[in-house]
Write a protein that binds this ligand. Structure first.
Ligand SMILES: Cc1cc2nc3c(=O)[nH]c(=O)nc-3n(C[C@H](O)[C@H](O)[C@H](O)COP(=O)(O)O)c2cc1C
Length: 209
C-alpha cells in the first residue's frame, strides 16, 4: 500500500466515472495517496449530473462525497491554480496521472504544452518524466482537431482510454457499465479490483460460423 497517483476531474460529461474510479482506488488496498485536482467546469458538470455541490470544495467535503471517513488522508486535494502543488514538479515522484473524464478542452491544452492550470501542468510533467498519463476522453462526435490532439498526445506517451463502455459483460445497471470502464482504468496501473472485467471467452460456446 504505497502507490501515489494524481487524478484530475474535468468538465466533460461523466462525473460518475471519476466518482467510481476514486472509490475503487480507495478500496484497492494498494493506493496510499490520490492527489486530486478538479477544473471549475468539473464542479458544474458534477452538479448537473450527480447533484453534488463541489464549489469551494475542501478535504472534508471531498471525503464525504467519496464516502470516506472524514479524517481519511487518502485524498489530497489541490486547487487548480496551485502551481506549487506536488504534482506540478517532476522531482516529486509518483506513479502517474488519470484524467477522468477528460474534456476536449483539456486534451487541447495538454496537446499544446501550455501548462496553464495545475491539471495541464501535472499532465505535462508526466509526459516529460515518462510517467503514465491516462486520459479518459468523452465527446461525441469527435472533430479532426480532437482526433489530431489525441494522436499527438499518444505520440507523446499518453494513453487514451475513451469513456466508451462495453456490453460484452451483459451489464444490467448503469453502475455495471460505469464500473466495467473503471476496472479498465485500474488495469492500466495494475491496480487490483474484483476482476469482473476480464474476458474469459467462456461466454461463447461456439465461435460464430
Ligand atoms: C453539462 C456539461 C457537459 C459537458 N460535456 C462535455 C463533454 O462531454 N465533452 C467535452 O469535451 N466538453 C464538455 N463540456 C464542455 C466543457 O466543460 C468545456 O469545454 C470546458 O471549457 C472544459 O474545461 P476543463 O477541461 O478545464 O474542465 C460540457 C459542459 C457542461 C456544462
Amino acid at each position: 500500500m504505497n502507490m501515489e497517483l494524481t487524478v484530475a476531474i474535468t468538465g466533460a460529461s461523466g462525473t460518475i466515472y471519476a466518482h467510481r474510479t476514486l472509490q475503487l482506488l480507495a478500496a484497492s488496498g494498494v493506493v496510499e495517496t490520490v492527489n486530486l485536482i478538479m477544473s471549475g467546469t468539473a464542479a458544474v458538470v458534477a452538479q448537473v449530473e450527480m447533484g453534488v455541490n463541489l464549489k469551494d470544495a475542501n478535504a472534508a467535503k471531498i471525503n464525504e462525497w467519496f464516502g470516506l471517513d472524514e479524517h481519511s488522508k487518502l485524498i489530497r486535494y489541490w486547487r487548480l491554480d496551485n502551481f506549487a502543488a506536488k504534482p506540478s514538479s517532476g522531482s516529486y515522484k509518483q506513479s502517474g496521472m488519470i484524467i477522468v473524464p477528460c474534456s476536449m478542452g483539456t486534451i487541447g491544452s495538454i496537446a499544446s504544452g501550455a501548462g496553464t492550470n495545475l491539471i495541464h501542468r501535472a499532465a505535462d510533467v508526466c509526459l516529460k518524466e515518462g510517467r503514465k498519463l491516462l486520459l479518459v476522453p468523452r465527446e461525441t462526435p469527435y472533430n479532426a482537431i480532437h482526433l489530431e490532439n489525441m494522436l499527438r498526445l499518444t505520440h507523446a506517451g499518453a494513453r487514451i482510454l475513451p469513456a466508451s463502455p462495453g456490453f460484452y459483460h451483459r451489464p444490467k445497471t448503469i453502475d455495471d457499465l460505469v464500473e466495467h470502464l473503471c476496472f479498465r482504468i485500474l488495469d492500466q496501473f495494475d491496480i487490483p479490483h474484483s476482476k469482473k472485467s476480464q474476458w474469459t471467452g467462456e461466454e461463447v460456446s461456439e465461435p460464430p460460423a
